[in-house]
Design a protein. Structure first.
Length: 254
């Protein structure tokens, strides 16, 4: 492991009226830097841009502007000390340098309205802890959409929400995808949502693709892992007590 910090025989003393105080006496330690992920692929391209060889500045310009990501839980993703409106405005002005503060504010309020937030002007001035989980998730979606991305990656965007709010948030995403022609990668463990919301499903286990199929054909999945996931779901009118336990096979991870 690479050392991020190395300390060898550190000593700190303070002279006082009664003599020298040794606060730190010969301390030695090292702090390791976590290894960074190594990404390799035969091809990793976005709109003709090779993401494996593109410089960091070019990749940074893509993130948030052309490629955006909705994270799992708004309360952990939004800055708690900044108002919701300020965060959305900052995102917009980072990617569109010619937008002044007044125009950015107007567009941010309009985007909050687009994600079905009632009284968007009031929510604009609130902090994340002052809104509900569903409203916070909508606000994060607004922040990710404000720069007009062509690709949205949504990682469990509804897992922290109740069923009713889940459907509302998915309805918003579905509408925005159809109206803007935006691509969407929806990452979820909820097969009920996946089968009803997505066009195509890629089932993964231990970092490997087990099966690819149309969402409409999910109930007819052939791979035993996918069948096991489906079998673990409760079924109305069926005696499912206890629910089956998925049996994982070592060869699936090989």
């Amino acid at each position: 492991m690479t050392s991020l910090l190395e300390v060898d025989d550190l000593r700190v003393t303070f002279p006082t009226r009664t003599g020298v105080i040794e606060a730190v006496r010969g301390v030695s330690f090292a702090l390791g830097a976590p290894p960074q992920a190594v990404v390799s692929a035969k091809k990793l391209a976005f709109d003709g841009i090779d993401l494996l060889t593109a410089p960091a500045t070019e990749r940074r310009a893509l993130r948030g502007k052309r490629i955006a990501m909705i994270l799992q839980d708004a309360k952990y993703s939004l800055d708690p000390v900044m108002t919701i409106g300020r965060q959305i405005v900052e995102t917009l002005r980072t990617h569109e340098k010619n937008v002044n503060k007044a125009e950015a504010t107007e567009r941010a309020i309009a985007m909050l309205e687009a994600v079905q937030i009632r009284d968007p002007k009031r929510v604009f001035d609130l902090h994340p802890h002052e809104v509900s989980g569903g409203m916070g998730q909508r606000a994060m979606i607004a922040m990710m959409l404000i720069a007009g991305p062509e690709l949205m990656i949504a990682d469990e965007p509804t897992s922290a929400l109740d069923v009713t709010v889940q459907l509302e948030v998915l309805s918003i995403l579905d509408k925005l995808v159809s109206e803007r022609g935006m691509g969407l990668i929806f990452i979820s463990h909820d097969l009920r949502l996946v089968s009803s919301f997505c066009d195509r499903v890629i089932v993964m286990y231990a970092g490997k693709v087990m099966e690819q199929l149309k969402a409409s054909e999910l109930v007819s999945a052939q791979h035993p892992y996918t069948q096991g996931l489906l079998d673990c779901m409760p079924k109305i009118g069926a005696d499912r007590h206890p629910l089956p336990v998925l049996s994982r096979k070592p060869e699936w991870a090989a």
